[in-house]
Write a protein that binds this ligand. Structure first.
Ligand code: ASN
Length: 303
């Protein structure tokens, strides 16, 4: 295992300035639309089971243990009881295996702008995110356009609405590597929608067709690949139990969540947008490790 100390501090000052402005502008946009920022949850007895395996990140505490947050999905759903529109800049820990290093878009500690909206549909969230990106890029261009132009010849304000591509249709046309192929070919961000039930976690809502989900990934062009994932949520106890059984999720570690769902949680939709990936895209960086201070690359130890 390599120890890479000085690399952690090699991020460019300009990149940090752009990242800081992105965070500020997206928060401003959401506040102006009635969202409130909630503080992130770092440890909890429940966290996102994810659809792929990572090493455990648990902290023993007295007779029990806490998990480090992999995503705030369940806490966002519970927060819907208190306020209809929330967001958080949520640090996530996912102890990915070292192969993920070469994707250019994985860090084992990253931050996502996680947002959730009560009674919303997937379409509401896609429209909101499109508007937020356009607003953020316009304001960013006005303030830091010269700086960005030096790093990224492709930087432009995307046209809305973004194109929507059905997962299964893209898979049929381009084969297994369709996400990379489509992202390489694209010059504008686009949505990947209707992701099959086996490819995602239990909490995104199953369509009436019983096969695909009412969910979406936002994809960046020029090969930058996935930007965000989200969807409409399952919120009814019986449906959630069925979905967990289908996926083979562990019920005992999810009991805190299930107890709350039994009491009732509102329907909602939302998504999470990776801040380091957004910074990487705007600044045209080859790896997310160049998009933040103190990056934690899969398979390495660093400061
Ligand atoms: N934040 C994502 C969402 O809201 C979940 C995730 O990151 N796995 O759907």
């Amino acid at each position: 295992m390599e120890i890479k100390v000085e690399k952690s501090l090699r991020v460019k000052r300009e990149v940090l300035e752009i990242s800081s402005e992105l965070i500020f502008l997206m928060g401003k946009f959401l506040r102006e639309r009635g969202f409130i920022e909630i503080l992130p949850v770092i440890i909890s007895p429940i966290t996102d089971p994810l659809n792929h395996s990572v090493f455990d990140a648990e902290i023993k505490y007295y007779d029990g243990s806490y998990s480090l947050t992999k995503s705030m999905i369940f806490h966002k759903q519970l927060a819907m009881r208190i306020h209809p529109r929330i967001f958080s800049f949520s640090p996530n820990i996912r102890l990915e295996t070292e192969e993920k290093k070469s994707t250019g878009r994985h860090l084992i500690e990253f931050t996502q702008l996680d947002l959730e909206m009560r009674e919303a549909t997937r379409e509401d969230i896609m429209a909101l995110v499109e508007e937020m990106i356009v607003y953020t890029f316009e304001e960013l261009g006005r303030k830091l356009g010269d700086l960005i132009a030096k790093m990224n010849p492709h930087f432009s304000i995307p046209k809305v609405p973004f194109k929507k591509v059905r997962y299964l249709e893209a898979l049929k046309e381009y084969g297994k590597d369709f996400e990379n192929i489509l992202s390489e070919k694209a010059t504008e961000p686009f949505w990947l929608i209707d992701i099959p039930i086996d490819e995602r976690e239990f909490y995104d809502k199953l369509d009436k067709n019983g096969k695909t989900l009412l969910d979406m990934d936002l994809m960046y062009p020029y090969g930058f690949n996935e930007a965000s994932s989200g969807g409409e949520r399952e919120y009814e106890y019986d449906r959630i139990v069925k979905r967990m059984e289908y996926k083979g999720n562990d019920f005992s570690s999810m009991r805190w969540y299930l107890e709350e769902v039994k009491k009732g949680i509102p329907p909602s939709a939302g998504c999470g947008i990776g801040i380091e990936r957004l910074t990487r895209f705007v600044c045209n960086l080859s790896h997310v490790e160049e998009a933040r201070l103190f990056p934690k690359v899969p398979g390495e130890l660093s400061l």
